[in-house]
Design a protein around this ligand. Structure first.
Ligand code: 5GP
Ligand code: ZN
Length: 114
């Protein structure tokens, strides 16, 4: 078993503010938000990052994006806009080695992405 912060959040060994949960995915507030809305959406299964996805993961990735849409709407930014980011690997700035998608919004984010 890998020593992974997000697997511990999934197992409820580390507390988090859960926004959504089902059998295969979980969404919770980022502990260090960069915007008024900053939610992390993850597969419950430990996948390191996008580079480690397989065909078997296509369904869960689809569910993650449908859920991002739902959460954005529930948080009132579906129409005004938001950003989704997934950092992969060291040059991508990934700090937690469990695949996650940042849903960021609630303010005008500007153009800078890199
Ligand atoms: P990365 O840089 O890997 O894309 O992003 C990791 C994110 O996880 C960061 O935004 C960081 O604030 C968040 N994070 C790290 N540890 C925890 C934690 O224990 N709980 C929560 N809710 N977020 C965390
Ligand atoms: Zn993990």
């Amino acid at each position: 078993m890998v020593d992974c912060i997000f697997c511990k959040i999934v197992a409820k060994e580390i507390p988090s503010q859960i926004v959504y949960e089902d059998d295969s995915i979980m969404a919770f507030n980022d502990i260090n938000p960069v915007a008024p809305i900053h939610v992390l959406v993850i597969p419950k299964k430990h996948i390191l990052n996008i580079n480690y996805l397989t065909e078997q993961d296509e369904q869960v990735i689809g569910k993650i994006f449908s859920t991002i849409k739902t959460i954005a709407a529930e948080m009132g930014v579906g129409d005004t806009g938001f950003r989704v980011v997934s950092n992969s690997g060291s040059d991508g700035g990934q700090e937690v080695d469990h695949l996650h998608f940042h849903l960021i919004g609630g303010k005008a984010l500007g153009k800078k992405i890199g």
